[in-house]
Design a protein around this ligand. Sequence first.
Ligand SMILES: Cc1ncc(COP(=O)(O)O)c(C=O)c1O
Length: 384
Amino acid sequence: MYQFDKGIGRRGTNCVKWDAPFVGSDVTPMWIADMDFEIAPAITENLMKIAGQGAFGYQFLSDKYYEAVISWMKRRHGLVVKREEIFYVPNVVLGMSFAVQAVSEPGDEIIIMTPVYGPFFKVVNDNGRILSESPMKNDSGYYTMDLEDLESRITVKTKAVILCNPHNPSGRVWRKEELKAFADVCMKHGLYIISDDIHSELISEGYEHIFISSLSKEIKKKCVICTSPSKGFNLAGIHVANCFIFDEALQEKYAEISEKSHAAENNAFAEAALLGAYNDSEEWLKELNQYINGNLDYFVDYIQKEIPSLTVRKPEGTYLVWVDFRKTGVLPEELHEYLLKECRLAVNDGTFFGKPGSGYARFNLACPRAYVMGALGQLKEKFT
Ligand SMILES: Cc1ncc(COP(=O)(O)O)c(C=O)c1O
């Protein structure tokens, strides 16, 4: 049994979550998506070995790296990936940015479905593409894609849609029928699908992660799948991610863009971390998911019973909870500051995820249960 209740002291370690200037010493940080748990021991052991080498010159990724990715994806997700289909990138957002460049030209349109993780807006805008937003349907916190709206936004200039699976911030784990219906629209209009599957290791019991590329050969050819062990195993600071591309012409284009960026070199610790995660930490991940599930249940049950002014729904995946504060009377534009100053909680403001996020906040529950309990006490004090 791993000790997730114990947590790990991160203040004073240049940790963005705990040491960002706006996070005061009496504030509990529940914002940026990383975890306050010690990582799996097998990963630490591998990293210690590399640290012990005492030399940190240029290093390539060996066959073992690619074998570990291939084996994990097959074992855990039933996804078949070949060596030549795997593209290392330091982080998923960079991988998505390369994908945007590979499937479109400046001035082309790319659709995202909002609310969604803030950098989705940026990878489109910062590459000189035109952003088109399709708001999702929100039925009391249960989000679904609005495919009619999505299709109505497609023009001759539209080249791709970016999908978030599982969806951040709602925590929806897209079902096969939903993915199929979405992919059908994309295929009908010849669109590429850039799918961000970074949260795919964090799935609540009773749900299954499906990679959209697994639906058919036709869909697979139009996909760029972005993955990483970073969310599931808490390795964001190591910088290790992989994009899967199945079409040969797209692979060539992607490789060219990646090379020209001079930004996609691996660091000396990337392989050791990924091997520790994918080859030797599946039991740890299983227990992690159980612990997170407990946190999610506790948080959601408590709010539903004790704080009726807040609306919340248990996510199907991720460790993130999307909380609706619109009935509380706090002005949406003051919500973030109010939670920080009055409740001493640092969360992500809903508007980070686009306009439909106004009046919402996203809570990160990848932390010891005691923090969750403390945060709920602080919320109850101010909102009942
Ligand atoms: C959906 C999603 N994609 C990408 C990222 C960032 O990934 P990376 O740090 O690998 O760029 C996050 C981080 O929270 C995320 O939630």
